[in-house]
Design a protein. Structure first.
Length: 202
């Protein structure tokens, strides 16, 4: 009987050394390095948002390739701003060019801005002027504002503040806020043969 008790004591002692306590096992996985079975909500939402952006870009590219001019211009904007894609001014210019060539006046205007600033394409005042004219004439108020700025400053064309003011009127009437602001400035200064202090200056 004593021999049995002694053996039982030895076995219990071995078991207590060989098997770690339950608390020690849990402690190993309680720290920051513990593997997570599922990503948290923020990670899931971020991954979903990235997938949606990528899917949206792919859809825009397909529609642009199919000849939808507005989608080409939108792709240009996303590449110019780095919205959902890596910022790439040269790629933006290419998409704006496709949009413009396929009949979207916004693409013409946006490409005009790039040529005027030399972003993604060589600076080219003559090209910028032609594109701004096309954008304005085909119905983009931003094109009229940009063209007005060119006439107001003499960039790529002989300075003509009266013509600039007329273009700002056209842009403002078309709903472009910058056109209204530029027109207001000209009224406030009496520039472009406009009577100083007219209500539009407000």
């Amino acid at each position: 009987m004593r021999e049995w008790c002694y053996l039982a004591y030895v076995c219990a002692l071995i078991a207590s050394v060989a098997m770690p306590q339950a608390g020690a096992i849990h402690a190993a996985y309680d720290g920051e390095a513990a593997p997570r079975e599922k990503p948290d909500d923020e990670q899931m939402q971020s991954a979903q948002a990235e997938a949606e952006k990528e899917g949206g870009i792919n859809l825009l590219e397909q529609r642009c390739q199919a000849g939808v001019s507005q989608e080409c211009t939108q792709l240009g904007s996303k590449n110019e701003k780095g919205d959902g894609v890596r910022e790439d001014q040269a790629r933006a210019a290419a998409f704006y060019g496709q949009g413009c060539d396929r009949g979207n006046p916004g693409g013409c205007t946006s490409l005009s801005y790039l040529h005027a600033s030399g972003r993604g394409v060589p600076e080219d005042a003559a090209r910028a002027l032609a594109l701004a004219k096309r954008g304005c004439e085909e119905g983009d108020p931003r094109g009229c504002t940009h063209l007005g700025w060119m006439y107001a400053t003499g960039y790529g064309v002989s300075k003509d503040e009266a013509h600039a003011a007329a273009l700002f009127v056209r842009a403002c009437d078309g709903g472009n806020a910058s056109g209204c602001q530029n027109l207001g400035y000209m009224y406030s200064k009496g520039r472009g043969r406009l009577p100083k202090g007219e209500p539009r200056a407000a």
